[in-house]
Design a binder for this molecule. Structure first.
Ligand code: PEP
Length: 255
């Protein structure tokens, strides 16, 4: 059984004070949730404040939105795995489509980062997904396969098991256009099939694959009830603690 994982990607939003207020409100709703893994992914500047505000609530983890593959050195403006570990970060989002399209990240760069994350015992959330043009040209499988094979190159079984994949169709991110549950499930099943070719079926069966792209409280349950959808990576709707909490609750098994 794969434990569902729901993560809040705040992107370039949330001051320290806003982050603390968010956590305070979230703990009221999710303070004792144990059957879903919850991850908050603030901007670097609010990571320490989120960790401090979470206090003893060890059921909620903290992530980062990016990192460089070198551990330290002359890389002005960059953040490394060692610096993230120093802030008690557990997860790191790598290869988000905004990093790929706005900052020129390639699969090779994502792979360097994924391997550096594992070396530092950080768990990467590796994002893959096609653009609308690629979907309309029938290239979804080719794009996903290339991104997965490139980003996950040279990982061993243990590292793959500690990697989370996020399927985020680029046309659904921040657009309000959500993939239908059937479209998302089809892509997730293809991703799992590709993971089984990269490793083996037993390993692929244990790897969690999140869906991301305009997830909201009203579409979250249907998406996350699909066989191969193991949680959500949430952007816009994660900025409001009540709506994020509702999405996390939608990942819980119905009584
Ligand atoms: C994201 O950027 O990871 C994302 C899924 O954003 P949104 O939920 O706003 O579409």
């Amino acid at each position: 059984m794969r434990k569902k994982i729901v993560a809040a990607n705040w992107k370039m939003n949330m001051t320290q004070a806003e982050s603390a207020r968010f956590v305070e409100s979230l703990l009221v709703d999710l303070g004792d949730i144990l059957d879903v893994e919850v991850v908050i992914i603030p901007p670097f500047t609010a990571i320490a404040r989120v960790t401090e505000s979470l206090g003893k609530a060890q059921n909620i983890k903290v992530g980062a939105q990016n990192m460089h593959w070198e551990r330290n050195g002359a890389f002005t403006g960059e953040i490394s795995s060692a610096l993230l570990r120093d802030l008690f970060v557990r997860y790191v989002v790598l290869g988000h489509s905004e990093r790929r399209s706005l900052f020129g990240e390639t699969d090779e760069m994502v792979n360097l980062k994924v391997r550096a994350a594992h070396e530092a015992a950080l768990r990467p959330i590796v994002c893959v997904g096609e653009t609308l043009e690629q979907r309309e040209k029938g290239k979804v499988e080719k794009v996903l396969s290339t991104q997965l094979r490139g980003s996950l190159a040279d990982l061993g079984e243990k590292e793959l098991l500690e990697t989370v994949i996020a399927y985020e169709p680029v046309w659904a991110i921040g657009t309000g256009k959500v993939a239908t549950a059937a479209q998302a499930q089809e892509a997730h099943a293809f991703i799992r099939g590709t993971l089984s070719k990269i490793s083996d079926e037993t390993t692929a069966d244990k790897i969690r694959i999140q869906y991301g792209g305009s997830v909201k409280p009203d579409n979250a349950r249907e998406l996350m009830s699909q066989a191969d959808i193991d949680g959500a990576l949430v952007g816009g709707a994660s900025l409001d603690p009540r709506s994020f909490a509702q999405i996390v609750k939608a990942a819980q098994k119905e009584e």
